[in-house]
Unconditional design. Structure first.
Length: 281
């Protein structure tokens, strides 16, 4: 029997980095989590224990902090690109570097319509994401959003589905639609300003969600992806994951009270999970 090593990689995960960018009139606070993954000529580390081509994961962590000083000043995509290029160009045994960055959002506090120069409030569960995969000849960049909690109280229904002997769900033409989205998109053309394009895409996704007359989560998911591809020809595809965060009407009839779509039970589990990628033909 012949045994061989299959595809492998290694790296440093969950590098927690906070940075203050000091502008003349205010401070910019950034908090990110960085994952580094390297693929390349590492077979002998596995098969014979030869570590001569291994860049320690602790060194990878230190590299993230050191390079953040001068190279994390704009978008997480730009920083990820710099990190990926650094590992590929300085380590000849590395064929592909993958950098994933998640940004935990903070916003400057406002008082009487004026932003405080250095006091911040957290942005809730929503986070920005970026993934860069870089080798000697090619680079792939994804941007995205995770844990984006959105809800609308009407313009959503679910009817005319399969009903069998186990079906208890009642049809409705008017329900709460709540979801906690994970969305990412892949570029064909890299934008000049990742932050500006991210903000525009996020706004378009929210506008589409809010304005769409939804017959199902699936239909609204597709409409959101379609809107982004139609507006941005530099995006190859968009992947959306939208769990259906159920709000179930509470039975007030047991108290001789009519529930006119006003009182609900919010449930975390179980939940429906709708996932799709919208792409160009």
């Amino acid at each position: 029997m012949k045994i061989k090593l299959g595809e492998n990689s290694y790296g440093k995960n969950a590098v927690q980095l906070s940075k203050i960018i000091r502008h003349p009139a205010y401070h910019e606070f950034r908090q990110v989590t960085v994952n580094v993954s390297l693929k390349g000529d590492f077979d002998e580390a596995h098969t014979t224990g030869d570590n001569s081509k291994i860049l320690p994961t602790d060194t990878q962590k230190n590299t993230v902090y050191a390079l953040a000083k001068d190279h994390f000043k704009t978008s997480i995509e730009d920083f990820a690109l710099y990190l990926a290029n650094y590992f590929v160009t300085t380590q000849p045994q590395v064929e592909t570097a993958t950098i994933e960055i998640t940004e935990h959002l903070y916003h400057r506090m406002q008082f009487d319509g004026v932003e405080h120069p250095h006091a911040y409030i957290g942005g809730g569960s929503e986070k920005k994401t970026a993934q860069v995969i870089k080798n000697a000849s090619d680079v792939s960049v994804q941007s995205g959003i995770t844990d984006l909690l959105i809800l609308k109280t009407t313009d959503s229904g679910f009817e005319k589905y399969i009903k069998d002997k186990y079906t208890t769900l009642k049809e409705t033409a008017d329900r709460i639609f709540a979801t906690k989205c994970d969305i990412n998109w892949t570029y064909d053309k890299l934008p000049a300003d990742y932050t500006a394009q991210f903000n525009s895409i996020r706004e378009l996704l929210l506008q589409t969600f809010a304005g769409h007359k939804s017959l199902s989560v699936q239909q609204t998911l597709y409409a959101m992806g379609q809107a982004v591809l139609e507006a941005y020809d530099g995006i190859r595809e968009i992947h959306l994951q939208m769990p259906n965060k159920h709000h179930i009407p509470f039975n007030l009839e047991q108290f001789d009270i009519q529930n006119q779509n006003e009182i609900f039970i919010a449930t975390d589990e179980p939940y429906g999970l709708i996932v799709a990628t919208v792409t160009r033909e």
